[in-house]
Design a protein. Sequence first.
Length: 188
Amino acid sequence: MRLVLELHFDEETENRIRRVWSKLAELGCVCDLVKGGARPHITLAMFDSVDSDALHAALDGVSCVNSPIELEFSGLGVFPPNGRSVFLLPACNGELIAIHHAIHDQLHRINAESYAVYRPRRWIPHCTLSTNLTSVNLSQVLDLCLSENAFQGAMVTDIRLVQYYPAQEVFVVPLRCGSHHEDNLFKK
């Protein structure tokens, strides 16, 4: 069992990414996430186990000082060493980095340790489009992704803890701006 803390998108953004997933499936490139029932997202942290009640309570404090986050997908990436996962790269704005740091501060506070690749200074924010590609279909996937309308604005609306596989939501925390000042993001 794997637990993943994810940023999720508004319906328009989700549908746009799902259309790309669907067109990739027509090429024979079905993403593992799609097969597992996942929704388009940006991973914030991943755990083998975590106290979901403590995490939910900790995230409630983070969400009440954050409004939904506007992003712009500005590029495509491929993860090495296998080079077989293609993803959308959001331009890193201050809000995205701030919420990631605030969440990891809360994880530290409740003694929840994420996989190292998702920790601050190592994290590469991304939205996976396809996995397990061969060198033959990698260029087809890149061409298709470049021709699609994926490079638009996106709105992050909530944080979800999802258990995989298959994908099952454990909880949802909507991003909602409260009366707190932005500096409260980093309170411990």
